[in-house]
Design a protein around this ligand. Structure first.
Ligand code: ADP
Length: 260
């Protein structure tokens, strides 16, 4: 993978700009800085290796060289996207899931920001924003996708089991550029329908643990448990507690786990 192979493979996609790095700290950091300096809509930062890839809070995202996709996509909200910024994490999750389904995997979305295959984490998403006063100026959608076996972190690094596309397919995956093209094509398609009921329904139908008991942990607060029912129209999670009452869970930095 290099800048040229990416340009060639993504040539039909109307990429705003491309910055490729053999190695970088974090693609999201680079994209946030580029967005603040005026990067065009749908610009991407791609790295072969991240040396300080980030998850949510101060968690680390593992991206060893030559094995994973680490991409940060910059979106500048237009009038169609702006009313639905809370759906953007779902937009990314659906797009990765769709690209994986096209490879004949059966991905599920662990709300809000992870993609699972056979109950193991295959990809993660980190959405960050730059602001102009009180308005969101740009969104940076960081996506880390485990492609080859070597991208799967050592077990001691993990709170949740992980896998890769190669592990799940049982044979050699397509080139990383091709997989990225699949993700970005799906994203272009879903972005055009971000406000639709179909978007929420498709996202909801792809959720992991639907109909099952889950636990939600937000920071140091006590965990909330309930049945994972589906999504609210803003992309919040809908739980039903033991008394049958519906509880909406907003994004924030919550972690979802199946109930013990
Ligand atoms: P959560 O698992 O609560 O959703 P994050 O979405 O913030 O947490 O993801 C960060 C966590 O994901 C890390 O703490 C680590 O356990 C795990 N992780 C890091 N890199 C990878 C990777 N390449 N594949 C799978 N899991 C990873």
């Amino acid at each position: 993978m290099n800048a040229q192979s990416l340009q060639t493979t993504l040539s039909n996609l109307n990429i705003g700009g491309l910055r490729y790095f053999d190695s970088i700290g974090s693609t999201n950091d680079e994209a946030l800085a580029w967005a603040a300096k005026g990067a065009r809509d749908f610009s991407i930062v791609v790295a072969d290796e991240q040396t300080s890839g980030r998850g949510r809070l101060s968690r680390k995202w593992f991206t060893p060289a030559q094995s994973a996709l680490a991409v940060s996509l910059i979106l500048r909200p237009d009038s169609r996207l702006r009313p639905h910024l809370s759906r953007v994490v779902g937009l990314a999750a659906l797009s990765i899931a769709q690209a994986c389904a096209e490879l004949n995997l059966a991905p599920r979305i662990k709300w809000p920001n992870d993609i699972l295959s056979n109950g193991k984490k295959l990809a993660g998403i980190l959405v960050e924003t730059t602001w102009s006063g009180a308005e969101v100026e740009a969104l940076v959608i960081g996506m880390g996708i485990n492609i080859h076996r070597e991208s799967v972190p050592p077990a001691e690094f993990l709170q949740f089991p992980a896998t890769s596309i190669e592990d799940e397919l049982g044979n050699k995956p397509p080139a990383r550029e091709e997989i990225l093209r699949g993700v970005l094509s799906a994203l272009v398609e879903w972005r055009g329908r971000i406000g639709s009921d179909a978007m929420i329904e498709t996202w909801e139908n792809a959720l992991a643990f639907r109909g099952e008991q889950v636990q939600i942990q937000a920071g140091n607060q006590s965990a909330v448990s309930g049945e994972l029912v589906g999504l609210e129209s803003d992309g919040s999670l809908r739980l039903r507690d033991a008394r049958g009452e519906f509880i909406p869970i907003r994004f924030g930095d919550v972690s979802l786990r199946p109930a013990a």
